[in-house]
Design a protein around this ligand. Structure first.
Ligand SMILES: [Zn+2]
Length: 297
C-alpha cells in the first residue's frame, strides 16, 4: 500500500539546487473517478494536476496556482487549480476521448493533448495583480512543456518528470512528479550528475511505487549533501457547494431553465472542476430567481 499523497521539498547543502517530489496517486484516482476519464485522459489530467501542485509547492493559505494547457488536440483544454492548503481540483474538456497507444502499454498523451497551443500559469498570491506566464507547447507531454515554462518564464533551469501509471482496470496505479531546479550559483557539474542519474533511474512511477518520498530524494541526490525541508499533504478537493452553484442559476436564461424543467422535471447544475451534480426543483429555481429579481414568465 502506498503512503498517502504529499509533496516534499529538499535542497542541497549550498541551497542552490532545489528538489520537489510529489506523490499524487490518490488525488489523480479521485479525479478519474469523478470525471470518468479514459486512460489517456487520466494520464494527461493527472500530469496537469501533479504539475499544478508542484508549481504551487511554495504557496500558502488562500494563494492559488492555475495551470491551463491547450494544445489543440482531441482532449481540449486541461485545467488545474492548486491551493495553498495542498488541495487541487481540475478537469479535462473531453474526458471521454481516447487515442491509440504510442506502443503497447504506452499512452500517447502528447497526441491527445496536442502541441499546437500554450501552457499558461497564473499565480494568485493575493497581490493586486496575479502573476501570469505563457509559453508555447513543446510536445504536449506536459513535463517537457513545464520545463520549458520554468526556463523561459521564470528563468529557472529545471528538470521535470511527471508520471501517471494507469492499470489494466483503468484505475491509477501510481502517479507523481519530480522537479529539480538550478538556482543562481548552482554548480554545473552537480546538475549534470543529477540529470544523468535521473535519466538512468527510469520512470518516476517505478520509484514511487516502491519507495517512500524521502527514500526517493536520497536516491536522486545520492552523494550530494542535502536536506528535506518540509512535507505537505495533498488531496483532490473542490470549492463548490450548493450556494455557489445558485449564482449560476441566477445567470441562466429563462428559456434554458424552462427547457430543463420541462424535459427532466428538475434543473441539474454540474461543477466543471469536480463533476459534482446539484439538483434543483422548479420551486427551488423559482425561489432563487425571485431573490435576484429575474423571475421567469
Ligand atoms: Zn466542484
Amino acid at each position: 500500500m502506498q503512503e498517502t499523497d504529499r509533496i516534499v521539498r529538499a535542497m542541497n547543502e549550498e541551497k542552490n539546487v532545489r528538489l520537489l517530489l510529489a506523490r499524487t496517486t490518490r488525488l489523480v484516482e479521485e479525479a478519474r473517478r469523478r470525471h470518468h476519464t479514459t486512460p489517456t485522459a487520466t494520464a494527461a489530467l493527472g500530469r496537469v494536476l501533479t504539475a499544478a501542485v508542484m508549481i504551487g509547492a511554495d504557496i500558502k493559505g488562500a494563494e492559488t496556482v492555475t495551470l491551463r494547457v491547450n494544445g489543440g488536440g482531441p482532449l481540449g483544454t486541461l485545467l488545474a487549480v492548486a491551493c495553498g492548503d495542498g488541495t487541487v481540483r481540475g478537469y479535462v474538456a473531453e474526458p471521454a476521448v481516447d487515442v491509440p497507444e504510442k506502443w503497447p502499454g504506452k499512452l500517447d498523451v502528447g497526441s491527445a493533448v496536442g502541441s499546437n497551443g500554450h501552457l499558461e500559469v497564473i499565480k494568485d498570491l493575493g497581490l493586486k495583480n496575479p502573476f501570469a506566464g505563457t509559453v508555447p507547447l513543446v510536445s504536449g507531454e506536459i513535463a517537457e512543456d513545464l520545463a520549458y515554462y520554468f526556463t523561459l518564464s521564470e528563468q529557472i533551469p529545471s528538470l521535470v518528470a511527471l508520471g501517471v501509471y494507469v492499470e489494466r482496470d483503468h484505475s491509477v496505479g501510481v502517479a507523481g512528479g519530480l522537479i529539480i531546479q538550478a538556482m543562481p550559483g548552482a554548480n554545473d557539474e552537480v546538475l549534470r550528475l543529477i540529470e544523468d542519474r535521473v535519466q538512468h533511474l527510469g520512470p518516476i512511477t517505478g520509484l514511487l511505487r516502491q519507495e517512500q518520498l524521502e527514500t526517493v530524494v536520497d536516491v536522486v541526490l545520492q552523494g550530494i549533501a542535502h536536506e528535506v525541508i518540509d512535507s505537505k499533504p495533498l488531496a483532490f478537493r473542490c470549492r463548490c457547494n450548493r450556494e455557489r452553484v445558485t449564482s449560476i442559476i441566477a445567470a441562466l436564461s429563462d428559456e434554458d431553465i424552462h427547457q430543463a424543467l420541462k424535459t427532466r422535471g428538475k434543473l441539474e447544475v454540474t461543477c466543471n472542476f469536480c463533476n459534482e451534480a446539484y439538483d434543483f426543483t422548479a420551486e427551488d429555481v423559482a425561489r432563487i430567481r425571485a431573490g435576484t429579481g429575474t423571475v421567469g414568465s
